[in-house]
Unconditional design. Sequence first.
Length: 196
Amino acid sequence: MFTLMSLPFDQTALEPHISSRTIEFHYGKHHQAYVDNLNKLVAGTELETETLENIITKTAGKPEQAAIFNNAAQTFNHNIFWSCLKPTVTPMTPSAEVLEMINTSFGSLDEFFVELKKVALKQFGSGWAWLVTDGSKLQVMKTANGDNPLTHNLKPLFALDIWEHSYYLDYQNKRADFVDAVLANLINWDYIHQNL
Ligand code: MN
């Protein structure tokens, strides 16, 4: 039985960048629905006792298990998304170790933001923009719908949800403004450091 993770901050804590109303629907309705659907789909099957990660890798690319994959992956993706955000008065900065990897992989922190924003805007329709590692260096990538780095043998370090439900109440069609606001103000650099 999977349960909806606890939100690591108050529903209002990401304002003005992400409104309480967006969190109410995004976490309380969308994320909850993925968890509920997953529980219904795996009930009584051999997947019932597996970890989310195992369910994702076992069902990826199998059309007959697409519903299970989509709900497991979306549960997992949202767990990372909320964990990657941190409300602070002064935006956090990366640790020396993370910054060095960013500089090696992208040239500079600004260049990393440019690259991440580029893939976030390039994704046509629903999906995710990610910072990932292959174990040695960092890269950005985009995935469509529920797909995620696990199916590409990469480890997610930061997730940015670019489904319209993630920003439409606050930014309407302006995905770029949402991406800018998150990257400038809400990145939980501790999460990235701890998961390197
Ligand atoms: Mn979402």
